[in-house]
Ligand binder design. Structure first.
Ligand code: CIR
Length: 254
């Protein structure tokens, strides 16, 4: 169960965020603010408290707060993003984490890791090896997880930006899978909820206390997740999709 989330309001600089999806256009700042507020409302509907951090104009991608930290029940870990332009974001989260955990750890160079590449399944954390997360980053985080009684393992990515771009764990052994993760032997012990290619953006969704928040406009995904027994909450994050960000990227949940 989660009881808290932390989000960061987008800054006007969001229009300069990193993207591999230029064909979707530049995000509209005013629209992003409206969508961000709806996202916060969706989190609150799941019964959790939401801490809203001030915008950070210096870092255009800083609204994608998931990438700079991992908060576990036993410790909080500050990441070292693989994207150079995002590295400074970590100094903006440190004091926030210090108020929330007695055990603060950090990944250091040459290790690189972004939170989008970390998927929690109970006490175990899957770490995606991507263009943003390297083996040394994974090695460091697994060592920290072990120190606090948790475990981790790696999985290589070929197509997705982050591990959770294409995967979401919905508890109760249910795993949303898309693209390169469909039929991957690593995940064969889970009940797979397969997302068709045309809706692959919706594979990035989040379970919070029995509800699943998905992006608006993905009817097949919505039906499949509802049929698996969840309450589905839709929220429009199209301005964040323009920067390759999705539902999970916009918050830290703990
Ligand atoms: C980036 O490229 O870093 C941002 N524009 C998007 C980050 C998305 N974060 C995530 O998937 N956890």
């Amino acid at each position: 169960m989660f009881s808290n989330a932390i989000v960061r309001t987008p800054g006007k600089s969001i229009v300069e965020g990193l993207t591999d999806s230029k064909e979707l256009g530049t995000p509209n700042y005013e629209q992003a603010i409206i969508q961000h507020q709806s996202y916060i409302d969706s989190l609150k509907k799941c019964g959790i408290d939401v801490l809203v951090l001030e915008p950070c104009e210096e870092y255009p991608d800083s609204t994608f707060l998931e990438d700079v930290a991992l908060i576990t029940p036993n410790c909080a870990i500050i990441t070292h993003p693989g994207a150079h332009s995002r590295r400074g974001e970590v100094k903006e989260i440190e004091s926030v984490l210090r108020n929330r955990s007695n055990n603060i750890e950090a990944i250091v160079a040459p290790g690189a890791i972004e939170g989008g590449d970390i998927m929690m399944v109970g006490n175990h954390y899957y770490i995606g090896l991507s263009n943003r997360t390297n083996l040394e980053g994974a090695r460091q985080i697994i060592k920290i997880l072990n120190k606090y009684g948790m475990s981790g393992s790696t999985i290589s990515l070929n197509e997705n930006l982050h591990l959770k771009t294409g995967l979401a764990y919905l508890e109760n052994n249910n795993l949303v899978v898309s693209g390169e993760f469909i039929h991957n032997a690593i995940f064969e012990r889970y009940n797979s909820i397969e997302i068709p290619k045309i809706e692959s953006y919706a594979a990035n969704c989040i379970w919070i206390n029995g509800s699943v928040i998905i992006p608006t406009g993905y009817p097949v995904t919505k039906e499949k997740i509802m049929n698996a027994g969840y309450l589905v909450i839709e929220t429009d994050v199209s301005e964040f999709q323009k920067l390759d960000g999705g539902i999970s990227c916009l918050s830290l949940r703990y």
